[in-house]
Ligand binder design. Structure first.
Ligand code: CDM
Ligand code: ATP
Length: 288
C-alpha cells in the first residue's frame, strides 16, 4: 500500500456518444445501449486512511448531505461489503457541474471504491468493485473498469472500444434535469432496436432522451442550437450537458471563448483508458 500524502486520485467524467433505450425492465429501470466515452477531465479526491471506522468528508457539497454524498456512500458500502473497520478523511475537489449527465457523482463514487480498496487493503478485484458500485448508480461500473466502452443492460455490461482521442467541448446550461423524471416520462421513446457496436461505429447513434429533454427544458434546446453552428451537437445522458467534437484542443477552445456567459463549459480530450487507471498503473510500477 502506498500512503504518499497528497496523492490526487482522478475521477474523470464520461459522455454518452449515443443513448438508445431498448426496453423497460420489471423493476422500472431501462435497458439501454450506449457508448461511454471517458474524458481526461473531472474531479480529484485525496484520502487519509484512519485506523477506526469514521468517514469524514472535508469539503461538503452545497445541497448534498454528507451521508447522501456518493463518496461517503461508497466508503460505507466498501466497509459493509468487506467488514473492514478502517475509515478515512476524504478531500473532494469538485470541478465538474453536478447533475450534468457527465457522471460526476458516479465517478467520485468509483474512485472512492478503488482508492479505499487500495488504502484499506480490502483486496477486491475491479470486477467485484464494479458489481458493488452498481448499487450506487448505473454509471459507476464503467468508471471502475476504466475503459471507454460500449455498454448494454443498464450500463453494466461493458465491452471496451478504441475511439479516436479527439477533443470535446462540453456545455452545461443553468438548469437541472432529473434523471428519474426523464426515465419515467410518458413520452420517452423506449423501443429502439438493438444494434451492434460495429453498426454504431459505422453509422453513429442518437440520444433517445434528447428531444424530450429539449422540449421540457428550453435552455437545453438553446445550447444544442448554438453548438450546432460549430458541428454536430448531442446531449449526454439525460442532460443537461451538450457536447460537440473537434479535431484539436485549439478548435474547441476557440468556440468555448465565444460561448454565452450564462453557461458553463470545458474542453477535454477523449481517452480510451481512465486517468484513474493510469494512476493505478503508476502505483504498481513504483512497487506498491
Ligand atoms: C442516463 C445515464 O447517465 C446514461 O449513462 C445513466 O443511465 C443514469 O445513470 P445514473 O445517474 O447512475 O442513474 P441512477 O442513479 O442509477 O438512476 C437514477 C434514476 O433513473 C432511472 N433509471 C436509471 C438508469 C436506467 N438504466 N434506467 C432508469 O430507469 C431510475 O428511475 C433511477 O431511479
Ligand atoms: N459526489 C457527488 N458529486 C455530485 N453529485 C452528487 C455527489 N454525491 C451525491 N450527489 C447527488 O447526485 C446528483 C447527480 O449527480 P451527478 O453529478 O452524478 O449527475 P449526472 O452528471 O447527471 O450523472 P449521470 O450522468 O450519472 O446521470 C446530484 O444532483 C447530487 O444531488
Amino acid at each position: 500500500m502506498i500512503e504518499r500524502s497528497g496523492l490526487r486520485w482522478p475521477a474523470p467524467v464520461k459522455l454518452n456518444l449515443c443513448l438508445h433505450i431498448t426496453g423497460r425492465r420489471a423493476d422500472g429501470y431501462h435497458n439501454l445501449q450506449t457508448l461511454f466515452q471517458l474524458l481526461r477531465y473531472g474531479d480529484f479526491l485525496s484520502f487519509r486512511p484512519l485506523e477506526d471506522a469514521r468517514v469524514f468528508l472535508r469539503n461538503p457539497l452545497p445541497g448534498v448531505d454528507d451521508e447522501q454524498n456518493l463518496v461517503v456512500r461508497a466508503a460505507r458500502l466498501l466497509q459493509s461489503a468487506t467488514g473492514c473497520q478502517k475509515g478515512a478523511i476524504i478531500d473532494l475537489d469538485k470541478r465538474v457541474p453536478m447533475g450534468g449527465g457527465i457522471g460526476g457523482g458516479s465517478s467520485d463514487a468509483a474512485t472512492t471504491l478503488v482508492a479505499l480498496n487500495h488504502y484499506w487493503q480490502t483486496g477486491l478485484s475491479l470486477s467485484h468493485l464494479a458489481e458493488l458500485g452498481l448499487q450506487l448508480g448505473a454509471d459507476v461500473p464503467v468508471f471502475i473498469e476504466g475503459k471507454t466502452a460500449w455498454a448494454e443492460g443498464v450500463g453494466e455490461r461493458l465491452q471496451p472500444v478504441q475511439m479516436p482521442e479527439i477533443w470535446y467541448l462540453v456545455v452545461t446550461p443553468n438548469c437541472h434535469v432529473s434523471t428519474a423524471e426523464i426515465f419515467s416520462h410518458k413520452d420517452l421513446t423506449r423501443d429502439s432496436a438493438d444494434i451492434t457496436v460495429a453498426a454504431f461505429l459505422e453509422q453513429g447513434g442518437r440520444n433517445d432522451c434528447q428531444d424530450l429533454v429539449a422540449r421540457l427544458h428550453p435552455e437545453v434546446r438553446q445550447v444544442i442550437d448554438w453548438l450546432n453552428q460549430f458541428g454536430a451537437a448531442q446531449m449526454t445522458g439525460t442532460g443537461a450537458s451538450v457536447y460537440c467534437a473537434f479535431a484539436s484542443a485549439e478548435a474547441a477552445q476557440s468556440v468555448l471563448c465565444v460561448m454565452p456567459k450564462q453557461w458553463q463549459g470545458f474542453v477535454a480530450q477523449a481517452v480510451n483508458t481512465s486517468p484513474l487507471h493510469d494512476l493505478l498503473q503508476q502505483i504498481d510500477d513504483t512497487g506498491a
